[in-house]
Ligand binder design. Sequence first.
Ligand code: ADP
Ligand code: MG
Length: 699
Amino acid sequence: MMQPCQSALSCLPGIGPKWAELLRAELHLQTCEDLLTYYPYKYVDRSRVYRIADLRPDMPYVQFCARFSSLNVVGAGRKARLAATVTDGTGVVELVWFKGMQYVRSAVRPDTDYLFFGKPTEFNHSITVAHPEMEPVVGGQMPAVSPLQAFYNTTERMKKSYLNSKAIQKMMTTLFVQMGGSIPETLPEHIRTRCGLMSRADALRVIHFPADNRQLEKARLSLKFEELFYIHINILRTRTARHTRQAGNRMPKVGRLLNTFYKEKIPFEPTGAQKRVVREIVADMNTGCQMNRLVQGDVGSGKTLVALMVMLVVVDNGFQACLMAPTEILATQHFQSIAAMLDGLPVRVELLTGSTRKSVRTQLLADLAAGRIDILIGTHALIEDTVVFANLGLAIIDEQHRFGVAQRAKLWAKNVRPPHVLVMTATPIPRTLAMTVYGDLDVSVIDELPPGRKPVVTEHYYHSRRGRLNAFVRSEIDKGRQVYVVYPLIEESEKMDIKNLTDGYEYMQSIFPDCNVSMVHGRLRPAEKDEAMRRFASGESKIMVATTVIEVGVNVPNATVMIIESAERFGLSQLHQLRGRVGRGADQSYCILMTGDRLSEDTRRRMEVMTGTTDGFEIAEADMRLRGPGNMEGTQQSGLPFELRIADLCHDAQLVSYSRDVASSVLNADPDLQKPENAPIAARVEQLRRDSPNWIMIS
Ligand code: ADP
Ligand code: MG
């Protein structure tokens, strides 16, 4: 039996094959259900009819009642247009049509009042409305229009075929007539009552034909709730399935290594957030199930220390741990700082990267397989098949956006019982989004920076101020500090980018002839790259000209200036990452965003966000507002696994958590959705799975 909701749009009276095809191609609308959930993007208040004398060109859409006093075609050929004058006795309005002239001319009746609706503008000192909507006033009866008129997005191609917002509204009217009472309910009675929600049929009707704002708000809330509720149900069920499937090794002991490290070696008191996150991770490794956890911590929040402490717990419990970093530079840095912190403790730490020499590597792999190495740090090299652990208990992936899901999966296979997996990322994602995007990962947040950090002072410079910038760089170098200059590099314009980079390098050398300038980019051989990094890290060179290869994780506390060239070409989260390379020591640091003089609106706002805050979460929220959650860096890899039609993860944060709580209480009481009162939920879940196969593939 075919449900009316699932029937094709072409079955609807008034939708011919051409429009049906346009709706499919342009808006991905194929079924009646699709059309029902194609929501208006705005509403215009039509409850008021203006006197023409009261119209102003800066008003939004208005309606007025008037009668034609003239109607003429003016101009000829492609410039031809239909011009009319209408009046209501208080004034006149010029109307103009550039398209559909024939139709309007034949439709207009003399001596008849019309209700006009459109946007007033000023042209030749008179109020003009182009392409007004018009309905005749028959027998003194005002046409029935809904007091809040819905507007729907349409594309240029659609408009060419007269498939405009008005046409969609007509389809909605037909649709509601056709479907009558057959719009199925998707939330059970007990939830609707408990949460004060409208029935789905009512909410849908109101969203398309609202009577007033109060009703409209309630309808939106009901539909948003419904949408989010099912996303949560899906995520929570996937997660439960995982928890019950995978057994994990327990790590019950807090043993000698961690205690000694804590008492004797730790270089600073961990922040409250670091301690809390370590506790969360350790608890999660003790449930008997495999851990899949994400640690989110802004740049500089001290994720390395957290990683180290939990690795020590694992070693204390007789297992091995590994830490995988996205670049050789970073892996080496982790190795050096961790080895230094553990110096003197009975724990063996080794480094394995692509450039580990063969003889060293052979020995290292043998020791690893025999369990003589406790902690292995490295790059992608760690996931090669030749790397065999004796008993890997925990795998940590640093800066995960550089690792794909497939690589994560390979790690799992490194032990008979899959190791616990901890993913660390500095790309902050708003909390509400993290809940949903990383649905199957549990999330810990390090939401506190170590004490004494001075926020990086951020300024936006136009190219024309380069002279001043150079003077500033000179003064910092004279104080003994170091400077990064970063150039964008994206593949399409790679040749030009490389040229910009080398030009920039030569320019810095010519302006600062006494300073050693280093250069790093992706095309260098690893050895050259490492050498350039080493010279900068050791302070031999004062200026590092680089591409975004230095974006992730590099730690040179003496560097206090980050200059980002062509900053307009970077996304917010990337700018934030780059800025995180400075401000790591005790000295005041600076980030200078260089752009050309002419900025797009979007760039200008990004620069404002960057100069206005250093809080990664705020930046992530702004990023989400500017670009929409689906396009955010950090989520691109995983991609938003679902499409939201009405809820907004950014603005509806409270509703996101509320609907999650409700979903989780339902599942707690009825994990398999077998109770009769939850039958509508079970049915909806089934339907969503059928309709969108991706729906279950979260993360
Ligand atoms: P990220 O989270 O960006 O990986 P790191 O682990 O590299 O940050 O730490 C950034 C800097 O902060 C390092 O120099 C580290 O030694 C220092 N640090 C980390 N934790 C603390 C702390 N609790 N107190 C003081 N400094 C800390
Ligand atoms: Mg780090």
